[in-house]
Design a protein around this ligand. Structure first.
Ligand code: SF4
Ligand code: SF4
Length: 169
C-alpha cells in the first residue's frame, strides 16, 4: 500500500505552502512539508521515506492547523516514520532521539533531559560538546531548567504493562 493509498486526503493538497510557512522546523528539513505532500501525491514514497523531514518534525501541529484542506499532516509524518523504520530506510542516526526518549520513559516514568541529551550525544557519535552548548547547558542548570538528578520513578507497574503491550505482536 502506498502512502497515498493510506492517506488519500493528500490529494486535496493544492500546494498553497501554508504548512511550510508556519513550520518552525522547516529550515532544518531536506523536504519541506508541502514538498512531502507533493511527493506523496505523485507516489514518490521512497524519496519521502529516506528524507530527514519526519525525524525533524516536532509534531507541533502548526501545519495541520493552517492547512485549508484539513489534511492531517502530523499523522502522515507519524506513518512515514513508522514505515521508514519498518523498511530500513531511516538512517541509523535519525530515529535515535525517539529511541532514547522512549528508553527514558521506560526507565524513569518521565524524561530526565540531561540524561537524554548525554545518551543521545553518546549514541549518535556526536559526543563533542561545543562551547555554545556548554554555555547554554550551564545557564539552564543555574536557572533550574535542567535538573542534575532524575528524581523518583513513578508508575513503574503501569509502565511495565504499557511497554510489554507495545512489544507484543
Ligand atoms: S507538525 Fe512538523 S511539519 Fe507540521 S509544522 Fe510542526 S514541525 Fe512542521
Ligand atoms: S497547507 Fe495543506 S493544502 Fe497547503 S500545501 Fe500544506 S498540505 Fe497542501
Amino acid at each position: 500500500m502506498t502512502l497515498r493509498e493510506e492517506f488519500p486526503e493528500v490529494l486535496r493538497c493544492y500546494q498553497c505552502m501554508s504548512c511550510t510557512l508556519g513550520c518552525p522546523m522547516a529550515q532544518e528539513m531536506d523536504l519541506l512539508p508541502h514538498e512531502v505532500m507533493g511527493a506523496v501525491q505523485l507516489g514518490r514514497d521512497e524519496e519521502v521515506l529516506g528524507s530527514s523531514t519526519p525525524w525533524v518534525c516536532a509534531s507541533c501541529e502548526a501545519c495541520a492547523t493552517r492547512c485549508p484542506n484539513e489534511i492531517e499532516i502530523v499523522q502522515l509524518m507519524d506513518a512515514i516514520r513508522r514505515r521508514a523504520v519498518q523498511q530500513g530506510m531511516a538512517s541509523e542516526r535519525e530515529p535515535e532521539l525517539h529511541r532514547v526518549f522512549l528508553k527514558e520513559i521506560e526507565r524513569r516514568g518521565r524524561v530526565h533531559e540531561l540524561s537524554l541529551l548525554l545518551e543521545l550525544k553518546r549514541r549518535t557519535g556526536l559526543f563533542k560538546i561545543s562551547v555554545d552548548e556548554l554555555k547554554l547547558g550551564l545557564k539552564m542548570l543555574l536557572k533550574g531548567k535542567l535538573k542534575v538528578f532524575p528524581g523518583v520513578k513513578r508508575g513503574g507497574e503501569e509502565l511495565k504493562r504499557l511497554f510489554a503491550r507495545r512489544e507484543s505482536p
